[in-house]
Design a protein around this ligand. Structure first.
Ligand SMILES: [Zn+2]
Length: 153
């Protein structure tokens, strides 16, 4: 089990493991994706993916503190990273999401959740990554976890 000083380091480690899930598919997450924990200025979902030229960034909100949830959100965002900005949550997205173990919820405009089998894999990755560090800015000392609607942006 590893130990990470920051959420960004944990998320980067997790993202490297999640990349492996794309190996068995015909999709590929580009090398230059920056993965971290961040809050964006305007209100968004629990995770998001940005594209600036050839650079891609994948972020999970600091409001999410359950590590399996973080991994699930990260996997969704890596699907965006693999497909590029134009794919949105269209059919291409849905095919790639299904290929890596995510179920697409059509009524949520882009929400996904991990299949039982995928969850098992995510839990084993979480164990390998070690404890998810507390948010540097806003610790939940009471251990309370925010409940979030599935998926995200
Ligand atoms: Zn999305």
């Amino acid at each position: 089990m590893s130990s990470h000083p920051t959420r960004g380091a944990w998320i980067t480690d997790m993202a490297d493991r999640l990349r492996g899930l794309f190996d068995a598919t015909r999709y590929e997450v580009p090398e230059n994706v920056r993965c971290s924990c961040a809050r964006e200025g305007r209100a968004k979902g629990p995770g998001w993916c940005t594209f600036e030229g050839a650079r891609c960034g994948v972020y999970v909100s600091p409001d999410v503190s359950d590590p399996v949830n973080v991994a699930e959100i990260l996997l969704h965002e890596l699907v965006h990273a693999a497909l590029g900005a134009r794919a949105g949550h269209g059919r291409k997205f849905q095919r790639c999401a299904a290929a890596v173990g995510l179920v697409y919820l059509s009524h949520t405009r882009g929400g996904t959740f991990a299949t039982a089998e995928c969850l098992k894999t995510l839990r084993s990755f979480v164990e390998e990554c070690g404890p998810y560090p507390p948010d540097a800015r806003r610790e939940h000392r009471d251990g309370r976890q925010l409940s979030l609607p599935g998926g995200g942006e």
